[in-house]
Design a protein around this ligand. Structure first.
Ligand SMILES: [Zn+2]
Length: 229
């Protein structure tokens, strides 16, 4: 008998999966210094890592289960972590944007240095802007994109509190329906997908592209081979 598809994850397995992904992303520098995070939608609701914890040391009992039917306003906790000192992630309204506006199955927030530097290339003062990429094979890892397409990713300005990014992220998502990512200047990137596998694939592809753009710039190579359409 064939094994189940890799994306076929039961609700019981999701907390451990979030911990596994956070350990993996920690090695990539995406969730160091307690930053970043991962959230996955299951049948019961939305599973989410807590705020301000060592992401590589989390255990399944640290993961929140939130009501996925109430995505506006305050979060409704269906099952809190066993540790009463833990708090819901500051990223929660941003994760909810992807669930509410795009029907996402999973969201990854990365503090990758490549996301930060790539955003800086196109937004030198941290202002709202647009990252552009073209003619890179790894664009195929992104929904609806081929390697020769012009990829345009919105960049929003950072705010003092993560939760204050919610409105500008929503506006960027509405303005860029063809991409599943929003860069935050001086901060990182939010990437989502229809399920956790697509979210991970897209987050990895974006990180590769961000690094390619930064390294090309460092080497003095053109970073957008063709003029913008
Ligand atoms: Zn962040």
């Amino acid at each position: 008998m064939l094994p189940p598809p890799v994306s076929a994850t039961t609700d019981e397995a999701i907390p451990a999966l979030i911990c596994e992904l956070c350990r993996l992303f920690y090695t990539l520098g995406w969730v160091s210094g307690t930053g970043g995070g991962v959230s996955i939608r299951g049948r019961e609701g939305i599973f989410m890592a807590p705020s301000g914890v060592q992401k590589e040391r989390m255990r399944p009992e640290h993961i929140y289960l939130l009501d996925g039917d109430h995505l506006l306003g305050e979060a409704r906790v269906l099952r809190p972590p066993t540790d009463p000192n833990l708090r819901i992630s500051e990223c929660r309204p941003l994760f909810y944007n992807a669930y509410r506006l795009r029907g996402a199955g999973a969201v990854i927030h990365s503090h990758s240095i490549w996301a930060l530097l790539a955003a800086r290339l196109f937004s030198p003062r941290g202002e709202p802007a647009e990252l552009r990429s073209q003619d890179l094979e790894m664009q195929k890892g992104l929904r609806g994109h081929g390697c020769f397409d012009l990829l345009r990713v919105p960049i929003i300005a950072n705010t003092a509190r993560e939760s204050e990014l919610s409105d500008s992220m929503e506006a960027a998502m509405r303005a860029y329906p063809d991409v599943d990512a929003v860069l935050v200047a001086g901060h990182g990137v939010y990437v989502w997908g229809a399920d956790w596998v697509q979210a991970k694939t897209q987050a990895e592809s974006y990180d590769y592209l961000f690094r390619a753009l930064v390294e090309a710039h460092r080497l003095g190579l053109p970073i957008t081979p063709r003029p913008a359409a």
